[in-house]
Design a protein around this ligand. Structure first.
Ligand code: F6P
Length: 368
């Protein structure tokens, strides 16, 4: 058997740990050959396809600890709507399918988020690709899995930032605002906010009220504390409903900057000196957390076992302390948002944090 593996979408910590687990299970467990495809589907699109032999990585135990992806990745390369140098878009899906067959692959493991998974699923259906998916994204917004590779490392980075911001906030009598990633889901902000003791946690799934947030901060002061920590997810909107973005690459908007808008508003309303930290891509880089290494290893082994059982169009998932697998069509249903009636929200509120309230307009994306 000859198995291909690729990483797709934004990188995160733990991708190399997945690759190592796949290589070890395939080579040591089954005696198969493993081929690594460069730059996601972009590598399959080339002629000849851009791929490397991965069998000798079986001894590379440094991969467990290594951030990024040794295969490279792209998050703007939808082959059905591929960006061309002249600014136009073209359909290159058939070249990707041809690349898989030219490499003589018997199956393909795709490590990606929901967007990548949807594209790979479509390619697999069209081109007879035996596909197994592995969820990764710092946003943790894939349906059907409690954890995606990369999430806990991103949360750890955000918690460390809050741990570092709290003493400087206390020293200077300030409100500190920490802006974190997550796109349209607030999982990073919510987990880090609880773990890092944030006084307010603003996530896209909840509507906040500036007057109520101001009062919440002033009450903290009245109770005798000279500082406050606020964590905001990058996709929360201004009070006029507008998102703060850094532009649009033709395929998706890039969020970033809402923390600065909020700092101006909150500083003016409370009269409290306010500073902002935008965490950005440090949440994606660096050494994976132990939990991410465990999830990555369990996912990698299970994905190879699925191929051995000829079970395709499946995605590995983490559920109730176990690795399981689910139908790919149940995963590509759009982002899994924070459950506003769930344990994390009630815990944060129970701790006295301000989160706002569920929106009056019902959102369609899943919370499961
Ligand atoms: O989906 C992962 C993610 O890190 C988001 O949290 C963030 O909005 C986006 O990717 C950033 O993308 P880019 O690397 O293109 O700036």
């Amino acid at each position: 058997m000859r198995i291909g593996i690729l990483t797709s979408g934004g990188d995160c910590a733990g991708l190399n740990a997945v690759i190592l687990a796949v290589v070890r299970r395939a080579v040591l467990g089954y005696g198969w050959d493993i081929v690594g495809i460069r730059q996601g589907t972009h590598g399959l699109m080339q002629d000849p396809p851009q791929a490397i032999d991965l069998n000798d990585q079986v001894n590379n135990d440094g991969m467990l600890r290594l951030g990024g992806t040794i295969l490279g990745t792209i998050n703007k390369g939808d082959p059905f709507h591929y960006p061309m140098p002249d600014g136009t878009f073209a359909d290159h899906s058939q070249e990707v399918i041809d690349g898989y067959h030219k490499l003589g692959l018997d199956a393909l493991i795709g490590i990606g988020g929901d967007g990548s998974m949807a594209i790979l699923h479509r390619l697999a259906q069209m081109g007879g690709i035996n596909l197994v998916g592995i969820p990764k994204t710092i946003d943790n917004d894939l349906a059907q899995t409690e954890y995606s590779v990369g999430f806990t490392t991103a949360v750890n980075v955000a918690v460390e930032a809050l741990d570092r911001l709290q003493p400087t906030a206390a020293s200077h009598d300030r409100i500190m605002i920490l802006e974190v990633m997550g796109r349209d889901a607030g999982h990073i902000a919510l987990f880090a906010g609880v773990a890092g003791g944030a006084d307010a946690i603003l996530i896209p799934e909840m509507d906040y009220d500036l007057d109520a947030l101001t009062e919440h901060c002033l009450n903290i002061r009245k109770r005798g504390r000279n500082h406050a920590l606020v964590i905001v997810a990058e996709a929360i909107k201004r009070d006029d409903g507008a998102a703060v973005t850094q532009g649009d690459d033709g395929q998706k908007v890039r969020y970033g900057g809402i923390g600065h808008w909020l700092a101006d508003e909150l500083g003016a309303r409370t009269g409290w000196e306010t500073r902002v930290t935008v965490l950005g891509h440090v949440q994606r880089g660096g050494t994976p957390s132990p939990r991410d290494r465990v999830i990555a290893s369990a996912f990698g082994v299970h994905a190879v076992d699925l191929i051995a059982q000829q079970k395709f169009d499946r995605v590995v998932a983490w559920s109730k302390r176990k690795v399981v697998d689910v139908a790919m069509e149940d995963v590509i249903v759009g982002p899994r948002l924070v459950d506003t009636a769930g344990t994390m929200v009630s815990t944060a509120k129970g701790l006295g944090a301000y989160l706002g309230h569920p929106p009056t307009v019902v959102r369609t994306a899943k919370t499961v």
